[in-house]
Design a protein around this ligand. Structure first.
Ligand SMILES: Nc1ncnc2c1ncn2[C@@H]1O[C@H](COP(=O)(O)OP(=O)(O)OP(=O)(O)O)[C@@H](O)[C@H]1O
Length: 308
């Protein structure tokens, strides 16, 4: 089974929020949908869910050669923040309420919900109000509920936002397990480390258009010829970054990464107020690639580094 987004357009008045977006998501696959604020990610999720009608194009499910429109209940959704569930109600009441909206009887929803809660280590919280759970637990509870409603695909909007590093790792593990079990997952996130670790493919959305998409590893490898790791003698990578042009990112206190042509790197190296120990070729991180594609807001390449 595959979810196909085909040439989708969406306008809000004069603003063209989506300008012909095409994507596909298969079962057992995680697609990272990336892009700067306002790129159109949430709008696209809403169109897929049928909450917004597209002005052009369509969203279809393909199964066994046949194509049809997906229905809302085929998607499990995790929206950003705490907008998913009622915080003053218990986990169980939330599950039964949302199951009821989908026309699912309590005797079906409850055992499935309890099984997912058990798997996520939350079974003893079944009767607790959602508000009494930590943020990471709330995200897991919301995911358990989404799964209890038996969706075909998961649409996760910033699922790791605000999670501490331990909860974030746990959540990552859960995503990988769900993928193995055959769920197709669309993941939008600004947490590029997580996306890099879990996604099979990524699509970069910018101003309503897909700028690049492809298998995550291959996409990064394709840029390896233009990527350089610069090792500094002092831990000043972050401070220097403020003054360097687009294409630069920090990989640690003493390591800068540059994505761009060698000539531009050589010029920048000549102006660095810190001794450079080593320059080597390297594959960029997803974050470095993101900054390269969308880093226009940062100072121009000609800007002189500040003394640090
Ligand atoms: N209901 C709406 N009415 C008018 N404009 C809207 C509406 N929803 C979104 N937009 C506009 O559409 C564009 C895309 O917004 P969207 O929320 O899809 O971006 P995003 O990629 O999810 O951003 P972020 O990373 O900040 O969540 C923005 O310019 C936004 O202001």
């Amino acid at each position: 089974m595959r979810l196909l987004v085909q040439n989708v357009h969406k306008r809000f008045g004069k603003l063209e929020a989506l300008k012909g977006v095409s994507l596909e998501l298969g079962a057992g696959e995680i697609l990272g949908l990336l892009g700067p604020n306002g790129a159109g990610k949430t709008t696209l999720i809403k169109v897929v869910l049928g909450l917004l009608l597209p002005d052009g194009g369509e969203v279809v499910l393909e199964e066994g050669g046949a194509r049809r429109r997906p229905q809302g209940h085929e998607f499990g959704v995790l929206l950003e923040g705490s907008r998913n569930l009622y915080v003053n109600l218990s986990l169980l009441v939330n599950a039964l309420y949302f199951g009821g909206i989908r026309g699912l009887p309590p005797r079906e929803v409850r055992p499935r919900f309890e099984a997912w809660l058990e798997r996520f280590g939350l079974k003893d919280r079944l009767h607790a109000p959602l508000a009494s759970l930590s943020r990471g637990m709330q995200q897991k509870a919301a995911l358990a509920l989404a799964l209890a409603l038996k969706p075909r695909f998961l649409l996760l909007d910033e699922p790791t936002l605000g999670l501490d590093p331990v909860s974030r790792r746990e959540f990552e593990g859960i995503l990988l397990e769900l993928k193995k079990e055959g769920w197709g997952i669309l993941l939008t996130s600004h947490d590029l480390e997580v996306v890099e670790r879990v996604s099979d493919r990524v699509a970069f959305l910018h101003r309503g258009e897909v700028r690049r998409q492809g298998p995550t590893r291959a996409l990064l490898r394709d840029w390896a010829g233009e990527g350089y790791r610069v090792r500094l003698a002092e831990p000043k990578a972050e401070a220097l970054l403020q003054a360097l042009g687009p294409g630069w990112s920090a990989e640690g206190p003493e390591v800068l990464f540059f994505l761009g042509p060698w000539e531009a790197l050589r010029e920048a190296l000549g102006t660095l107020p810190v001794e450079v120990l080593e320059v080597s070729r390297g594959t960029p991180s997803l974050e470095a690639l993101f900054l390269h594609l969308f880093g226009e807001a940062r100072p121009s390449p000609g800007a002189q580094p500040r003394t640090v």
